[in-house]
Design a protein around this ligand. Structure first.
Ligand code: MLT
Length: 338
């Protein structure tokens, strides 16, 4: 081997080594906070996202789920992601609303009436607009949607079938003005409490009840501390996977594309998870000894009180009555007027 070819082959080895080290240094393991525990819809979304990301990146990139609020309360994780100290979080939309009020439209009582409504709104132009708003308002980007189902009321004291039955109960709600006002419209003053403190609050009977979907009630083992479930359907729980915008902007265009594509796959997997499992999970709650009641008169009283008092109060924060009507039109519902 001539000196020149020795130098050339040495240079080639060095180049390969440096490519390899760039590639090893670029391999990413995203830290993903998850508010709920194992078995939840949130976990299903997270697992589907990680699996898709690994597949799309040929195994180079992955993510680790930190379940059950290990990385802090859901609202805290929005702050962490905004400043770039956390990569991603999966949390209920009601816990994003304080940072980006227009997403509150998804928590207005009785707007979303089915999984199909939720899919249409989140995956269409409205979802796109709200995604842009959260980037601008909160420094986080929604990359996938979890569909967890209707939030059902649970409590440890008595069956609740009417608004009258609700009186006297101490109900925990997220720190979300729309949800607080909804309970006020039903005649009680609820107790705002972080999600990460809710199980302990129910266990120690600081609060009598709370609301969340069947899959969440099951994953969080609320049947150990709650007996009665009321099938109200006031909010269809949507729980996005968010990425820190700072982290996202630090990725290459190719990596960004992979993240967005993995998010789409996770969204589809989440809808499938709900369709496949919700009925079975309801049965598990019954088997665990919970009593599940339907509200009287097809929930009419709950619906009337909540929509009349709460909708108009929040038109401004969600972007005006026109925005409300755009949302209603998207899911084939009649417009409202001032
Ligand atoms: C809450 O009640 O704060 C959330 O909906 C809980 C969750 O993320 O499942």
């Amino acid at each position: 081997m001539t000196v020149l070819s020795k130098i050339a082959s040495g240079a080639a080895i060095a180049l390969t080594a440096s490519i390899m080290s760039i590639s090893a240094a670029d391999a990413k393991n995203f830290k993903i906070a998850v508010g709920d525990s194992g078995g939840s819809s949130q976990e299903a979304t997270g697992k589907a996202f990680v699996e898709a990301l690994e597949e799309l990146s040929g195994g180079e990139h992955t993510g680790t789920l930190f379940l059950n609020g290990q990385l802090g309360s859901e609202q805290d994780t929005v702050n962490e992601a905004a400043i770039g100290t956390l990569d991603m979080s999966i949390l209920a939309i009601n816990n994003v609303t304080p940072f980006s009020p227009t997403v509150g439209v998804f928590s207005l009582p009785y707007v979303i009436l089915s999984l199909e409504d939720a899919e249409k709104l989140t995956q269409g132009p409205i979802g796109q607009e709200l995604t842009e708003n959260t980037i601008n308002d909160a420094g986080v980007r929604i990359i996938a949607w979890t569909y967890t189902g209707f939030r059902r009321l649970t409590n440890s004291k008595k069956p609740v079938k009417s608004v009258a039955d609700l009186q006297g109960l101490v109900i925990r709600v997220p720190k979300n003005e729309i949800m607080i006002d909804t309970y006020k419209a039903w005649g009680i003053s609820p107790t705002p409490m972080a999600w990460s403190e809710t199980f302990a609050g129910l266990q120690t009977q600081v609060v009598d009840g709370q609301d969340n979907p069947y899959t969440t009630i099951n994953a969080m083992k609320f049947y150990e501390v709650q007996k009665y479930v009321t099938n109200i359907r006031y909010i269809f729980s949507i729980e996005p996977l968010i990425i820190s915008e700072q982290v996202f902007q630090g990725l290459s265009a190719e990596e960004q594309e992979m993240i967005l594509e993995a998010g789409k796959k996770a969204t589809a997997a989440s809808a499938q998870f709900l369709r496949d499992n919700e009925a079975e999970i309801k049965q598990i709650l019954l088997d665990e000894g919970m009593q599940i009641d339907d509200p009287e008169n097809n929930e009419e009283e709950f619906i009337k009180l909540a929509t009349e008092a709460v909708w108009p109060k929040f038109y401004d924060s969600i972007g005006g009555i026109e925005k409300m009507n755009a949302v209603l039109a998207e899911i084939g519902r009649e417009p409202v007027s001032e």
